[in-house]
Ligand binder design. Structure first.
Ligand SMILES: *Cc1c(COP(=O)(O)O)cnc(C)c1O
Length: 388
């Protein structure tokens, strides 16, 4: 289809990310809606098994959001007052907020300038005897140095958590995300690589961590008589040994998730093709740096994260927004949020992440984005730099 430049289609607003939902997804959801189980039924176990296949066989627990997944994972790790959690400031606030809500102290370590992922040498400097968890983020879908970080955490008696909200389907040295950390969390928000509308999951290698995650998701309720303190109470009896919450992902949404996972391979290839088109269209511009890919990584790209040089990020953002191109900034360094500033965290403490933020701009990237729409974005970026 060719579009004239002033047809409404040619200027349809382009968000930075959006879901791809097809007829199979809709059929999967409606089939569950007319069945017996809307929640806590067989679609949940099926989705967890489907996810585990993408996570290198590591078992998973489905929950109601990526934020819930982080909360569950930290709770499973036993994070609490007196503990420290070392993490990156180049993430969505939830990676740190959930640890804070459990009473832990968050210690921010700086990132590397190429991938914006945790810098292992900065993590080494941030570790202390109180560190319980090191939380990496696979920024934009590119895995962090999870093998190195895992070894560092283990040597310190800490656990490695991978916030893989961006990276389900990525590998590092051939190992899938999900199998690269003690605990891995996923988000299925509509802009992410797979969606359940709202949803998330935790993958855990250690069966004890997995059991604690399952328990926290469902109020800590114990139903197995041989695990109960007073099993003779009666057939109805359930008891709580550790506090938890209701973070159960319903069958309706799990069915959508299983259907989406069947297309994750396609999503990965289409996202890679769009990234390649952006690279070809923008590589000669002096005013921007394009995303780096380390040789060990086979990423599924969640974001196309440009770095805009010479202080022109805001101007390019506004140029694109005026032309209905929904460029986005990912992310405000977490310690810059007023809630962290009020706790005493200071600007300047993670200079690499802060400089990355000042330059960062995400261009539209989602599987159903058409080549002509990608070309329109490339054309507008080139126009901004006077390179058309
Ligand atoms: C989206 C996101 C989250 C939170 O996931 P929700 O499903 O929106 O709660 C956490 N961490 C990162 C890095 C994210 O991008």
């Amino acid at each position: 289809m060719t579009l004239s430049p002033d047809s409404p289609e040619a200027t349809a607003p382009l968000p930075y990310g959006r879901q791809s939902v097809d007829d199979d997804d809709i059929a999967a959801v409606t089939a569950v809606l007319s069945g017996d189980w809307l929640t806590t039924g067989p679609a949940v176990q099926r989705f967890e098994a489907d996810l585990a296949e993408w996570a290198g066989g590591v078992p998973t627990v489905a929950v109601t959001s990526g934020t819930a997944a982080l909360h569950v994972a930290y709770a499973a790790a036993g994070v609490g007052p007196g503990d420290e959690v070392v993490t990156t400031p180049m993430t969505f606030v939830a990676t740190a907020a959930t640890a804070c809500l459990l009473g832990a102290k968050v210690v921010f370590a700086d990132v590397t300038p190429d991938t914006a992922n945790l810098d292992p040498s900065a993590v080494a400097a941030a570790l202390s005897p109180r560190t319980r968890v090191v939380s990496a983020v696979d920024y934009a879908g590119h895995p962090a140095e999870l093998d190195v970080l895992g070894a560092m955490a283990t040597a310190h008696g800490a656990l490695l958590l991978d916030d893989a909200s961006h990276s389900i389907g990525s590998t590092w040295r051939g190992v899938p995300v999900g199998a690269l950390a003690d605990l891995t969390t996923f988000s299925f928000y509509p802009t992410k690589n797979v969606t359940t509308a709202e949803g998330g999951a935790v993958a855990a290698r250690d069966p004890r961590l997995l059991a604690r995650a399952r328990s926290f998701r469902n109020h800590g309720l114990v139903r197995e008589p041989d695990e109960q303190r007073t099993p003779d109470e009666g057939g109805w009896h359930q008891e709580v040994h550790e506090l938890g919450l209701n973070y159960r992902l319903p069958d309706v949404l799990c069915a959508l998730g299983s259907s989406q996972l069947r297309r994750l391979g396609h999503f990965k290839r289409r996202r890679a093709a769009i990234v390649e088109r952006y690279r070809e269209g923008l590589h000669d511009l002096d005013g921007v740096l394009l995303p780096t890919q380390r040789p060990e990584a086979d990423p599924i790209w969640h974001l196309f994260a440009l770095q805009v040089l010479e202080g022109r990020r805001r101007a390019l953002y506004e140029h694109l927004r005026c032309r209905r191109i929904g460029a986005q900034v990912n992310f405000l360094p977490v310690h810059w949020h007023p809630v962290f500033a009020d706790m005493g965290y200071r600007r300047g403490s993670c200079p690499v992440a802060e400089e990355f933020y000042r330059r960062q701009l995400s261009l539209p990237l989602w599987p159903d984005l058409r080549d002509d729409q990608v070309d329109r974005v490339i054309g507008e970026v080139r126009h901004f730099f006077g390179a058309d």
